[in-house]
Every structure is written in C-alpha cells, then in structure tokens.
Write a protein that binds this ligand. Structure first.
Ligand code: NI
Length: 395
C-alpha cells in the first residue's frame, strides 16, 4: 500500500468510513425512497460543517465546498439499494427483508462522505468549488438525470465530474476504466402477445399466444446475430415470460420482458425499431397482435473523457502502482452516471473489491455480493486526489 498523503489521511478515518458504510448497508432503501439514507448523509454533512442543498430529485443532496474562486469539479455517489433479499454472512446484513445494497451504493455513499471529511480538512487549499452529488435511484430510476435536470451541474457550472463503482471482477487494491465508451446504453422492453384463449384439446378453436411468444423470443435473437455489425456490440435478452395458469388451457395473452443494450444510442434505437418490427410481423403471421413498449428510462452510454481518465489513471497509479491500474474493455452494464457525462467531461472508474479469502467473489446484484472494505480508503483518496488535481489543472 502506498504512503500517498490522501491515502494516509483516509486510512486515519477508516473506522469512521466503515461504520457509515455498515449503517447504510443495514438499512437499504430502493429508488426514490432513500429517506433515511439521505438523512444520514445530511446529518454527517452537518457534523462536518459542510453546506448543502436538499431536496433535489426527491432525496438527493448536493453539497458544496471551497471558496468559489476558481473552477468547479463534481464528485458523485449513488445511494439506492435493490429489491434483493440478502444472503451473505456479514454481521451487518440488511435488516430490511427483500432489500439489499447488492450494487455497493452503500460503499459509494460512504466513500463520498469520507472524501467530504478530508476535503473539509483541506478546504483552505480549494481554489474553486467541489460539489458532492449524492443522488437517488441509479437502479432504473434515472436519478442522475433528475439531479442534472434540477441543476446539480449549474451555479457554478461543473467543468469535470468523477464517480466510482465497486468492481468485484477486480482484486481489492486496484482500479480500472478506459477512455471513451465504458458502459452501455440500456433500456427495457415489454411485449404482450394477444391471442384467443380456449381449451388446449381444441387448438384450432384458439389463437395460441404461447407458440407465438416462443417464436418472437427466438426471432429477436437474429437482430444481434444477423443485423448488427459484428464489431458494434448489442444485447437482446428476454428475461421473463408470463402466460397461462392451467396445463390444459391456452391463455389469452403472454407477456415478455427483457433488456436491450448497445454501446451507442444510435444502435440502441435501431435495435428497438427492429424489436418492434419483428415482434409485430411474427405476431401478425400467426393471427396474433402484439403490443410493444420500452418502459422506464433508456440510459445513454457512459463515455469517459480521455483527459479525465488520463488524470484519474495517473492518480490511481500513484495510489497503488502500475500493476494495479488496468484499461478495461467496455461492458454492457448500464449506469446513469452517463447523464452527467452527456453534459460535462467526466470519468467513471471501477474500484476493485474482490477478495477470495473473504468470499467477496460474487457479481453485483447477487444476493451473496460482498466487498473487501479495505477498498474504501483507497476510493476516498482517489475522490480527493481527482478533485484537487482537476482544480489545479483547470485553473
Ligand atoms: Ni451500481
């Protein structure tokens, strides 16, 4: 481990950071319900003497540090949990049945509070403004978009933004990211196939939506395999199929749901268009009708500014060493940090939390997802270092 000054400062408050993280972990709250989480963030900011605006985007908090005399850099954390029932063996397991911090947003919030504390101690050195964005509803609720639309990047105007995500594929003590597109554009799809139900013994008197739904699922697979440029990645995953109640009854309707992903909005929209056309045509070919919607929020791709990544990468190397900072390939995961980087240059960095001895080996969104908490002070240090370095560069 390094003797980098920000890492040393973060290690000195490690217990405090870990306590905050565990408190958040025990009481997970899902999108736009982050009431207690938001309260804990504000209480902590109050204790630190840091000013903030609240509410933005229902439960969001926007804190500000510095003398305002210079550039403005933002650091961001998401606060929401997932509707997953926790199955880990940690002592600070979720106390809310069916809800869990299975994507590590408890760690993100705790790391940003750690950064808040260190930046407050160094506030005299801040020539400009550091904004701390604590946002709700990353998981499907586009909380980042709402924070942005409610002015989180204005007054003063943010010139650079930085965010971290825990990464169970990377060992603890390491970082990774890349310039350009890092995470995918992603959206949901819902299809209802309408047929005509009846007795399963007399299929000729019905219009069977089950067979048609099965055909739609397989036909949609040709979008990626036969229509997309093989060098332009895409995903169509149908993940739920619901229809019918009894083994001897052909149902009236079948519902399909899934996700569509690509590395650009253009390809995502092209794929949505083809999902619409293929679904309608397959249904029509078999006397069914299909209704198709793309509910919720389509997330744009998360695009890292090359200069921001170069700064973050250099700082990450200083905090660890050359062998512990990787250029990662893009992934098809989605992330609403993308809404900020649509507007200002930024960088989203993966922080390693994997530790096989601790059983921290499961992917995010898994009920046994765990992190090695030794990552937290490193993340705090990178937040602080990115803010200070960027302010100096932008002056
Ligand atoms: Ni996440």
């Amino acid at each position: 481990m390094s003797n980098h000054v920000y890492h040393q400062d973060a290690l000195a408050i490690q217990t405090w950071i870990v306590q905050l993280r565990r408190q958040l972990h025990r009481f997970p709250e899902v999108m736009y319900e982050e009431v207690k989480t938001s309260q804990l963030v504000r209480q902590t900011l109050d204790q630190l003497g840091i000013a903030y605006q609240h509410p933005l985007a229902e439960t969001g908090v926007l804190a500000t540090l510095g003398n305002g005399n210079g550039p403005c850099v933002a650091l961001r954390a998401d606060m929401d949990a997932l509707p997953i029932h926790e199955e880990t063996d940690v002592s600070f397991r979720s106390e809310i049945a069916g809800k869990m911090h299975a994507c590590g947003h408890d760690c993100h919030t705790a790391m940003l509070l750690g950064a808040a504390r260190l930046l407050k101690e160094r506030e005299a050195e801040i020539q400009g403004t550091v904004k701390l964005i604590f946002q709700p509803a990353e998981e499907g609720g586009a909380g980042g978009q709402r924070m942005r639309d409610e002015g989180a990047l204005e007054n003063p105007a943010v010139e650079r933004i930085f965010g971290l995500h825990v990464w169970p594929q990377l060992p603890v003590g390491s970082f990774g990211s890349r310039p350009g597109v890092f995470l995918a554009a992603a959206g949901a799809v819902e299809i209802t196939v309408h047929g005509r139900g009846g007795h399963a013994a007399m299929p000729h008197l019905t219009i069977d939506p089950v067979v048609v739904a099965a055909k739609i699922v397989t036909e949609l697979q040709t979008i990626v395999s036969r229509e997309l440029d093989p060098l332009d990645p895409g995903v169509v995953s149908i993940t739920t199929i619901h229809g019918g109640e009894a083994y001897n009854v052909i149902p009236e309707t079948v519902q399909l749901r899934g996700t569509i992903r690509a590395l650009s909005m253009k390809t995502l929209q092209q794929m949505q268009q083809r999902v619409r056309e293929i679904t309608a045509a397959v249904a029509a070919a078999h006397r069914c009708e299909a209704s198709i919607t793309f509910p919720g929020n389509d997330y744009p791709p998360t695009v890292n500014d090359a200069q921001c990544w170069s700064v973050a990468k250099q700082l990450a190397v200083e905090l660890t060493d050359e062998d512990h900072v990787q250029e990662l390939p893009p992934t098809m995961g989605g992330e609403d940090f993308a809404f900020y980087t649509e507007q200002v240059p930024g960088c989203f960095v993966a922080i390693g939390v994997r530790n096989e001895e601790q059983g921290a080996i499961y992917s995010v969104h898994h009920p046994k997802f765990k992190v090695d908490e030794d990552a937290l002070p490193l993340g705090v240090a990178l937040h602080v270092a990115f803010a200070m370095k960027s302010l100096a560069e932008l002056r």
